[in-house]
Design a binder for this molecule. Sequence first.
Ligand code: ATR
Length: 471
Amino acid sequence: MHRADLGFIGLAVMGQNLVLNMERHGYAVAVYNRTTTRTDEFLERNPGLKLIRAATLAELVDRLARPRIVMIMVQAGPAVDAIIADLLHLLEAGDLVIDGGNSHFKDSDRRAAYIQAQGLDFLGVGVSGGEEGALWGPSIMPGGARAAFVRVEGLLTAISAKAPRDQAPCLAYMGPRGAGHYVKMVHNAIEYGDMQLIAEAYDLLHRGLGLTNAELADTFAEWNEGELDSFLIEITAQIFRAMDPLTNQALIDVVLDKAAQKGTGKWASQDALDLGAPIPTINAAVVGRILSSLKSERIQAADRLPGRADGQWTGDREEGKAAIRDALYASKISAYAQGMALLSTASAEYGYELQLGEIAAIWRGGCIIRARFLEDVMCAYQRDRILPNLLLDPAISAAVGARLPSWRRVVSHAVLMGIPVPALGTSLAYYDSYRTARLPANLIQGQRDLFGAHTYERIDRPGNFHADWSR
Ligand code: ATR
């Protein structure tokens, strides 16, 4: 009997498309899904391919060439543990288990130790690119033992996206244990930041400057030709053009303003707080989604709360648009600086040995945050591998500096108009805090020492001091 190169568990949309991607690159894949009708429908829709049906996990394992490779792509959480527990009864030492779902990095840390202790290999692999990416080439972030990665490097290279400029595969070994899922989590967190920033720019263009949907589509399409060139800006332009077949209005105008979340942004915020790593733009994006979900309260508050705004957008409309574009770009740089700094802190704390330049390189194509800007991020870390903060790179800081007047103008206009810009605002506050040599934290230390004798350090001599503040 012909044996499959790989066994695949979980045939939701991402799983199906990854399987088709592998098959297109010449791999024979045995497929299994808990609900068998899903497997059958998938095979019926895709006849004549090198796909082998498995009705049970035992059948799947039985169909595989040795040493076996099994990839799991199911709902993150207990389902993954349950499948691994079943697989461990069926597999043998030397086999490789890959978790390609959106698992929490701590689960991957735990599973790596547990599976490796049984003599099997484990990889926790972050995959980004949505349905299209899974089919035509995602960005792939594998973590685990390097030797395990080497076993599937050829396969993962084949199915990965290729970066636009140099056609380099959007795949690199990230580091041990949960390193791949950590990087995927931060990828998603940056995606949250990008989306919130773009949404705030939309609000300012629409409510502040009065742009119509057609004008918004043209504006974002134009921005996509310049330094903001990215997947998210491109789809934003597309969204403003879509019409609703039910009402014949612009589709965007009938979409309810409540944003959902699956939790990776929250995970990043939670872990960043644990690590003491500031990622305020991402936090603002997570909170922004939570606030958006309070729709009925917001409707009531809209009637009850005064919001007297002191300003209209003054000045030229084209100038206003350009300023918003600049503020968006500078904020995006600030958000990426926060995300990269989080990666660097986490790498030290968890021993992930992350290479920030390589991470930027493999985000250039395939994934949801793919953007021309990531080429600049990659170059910054090529110039200085241990750059403490992206903002300190000379080219990046010059790019921010050139946009600073617009950035300040846009945030202050927004505040005066009463249009909420939590992400644009806090991105700027992060930048201003980071470049302030003496923050008012001396007062906080004074307060802590006065009420709780927590002591303070001095600027002129070493040691910890406690003062009698009533003197
Ligand atoms: P999506 O939101 O894209 O549908 P998901 O809910 O994250 O994806 O994952 C769905 C996949 O995980 C499906 O393949 C699902 O199997 P079913 O088709 O049988 O529902 C699989 N899955 C979820 N929980 C599972 C479990 N406990 N055991 C096995 N597979 C499970």
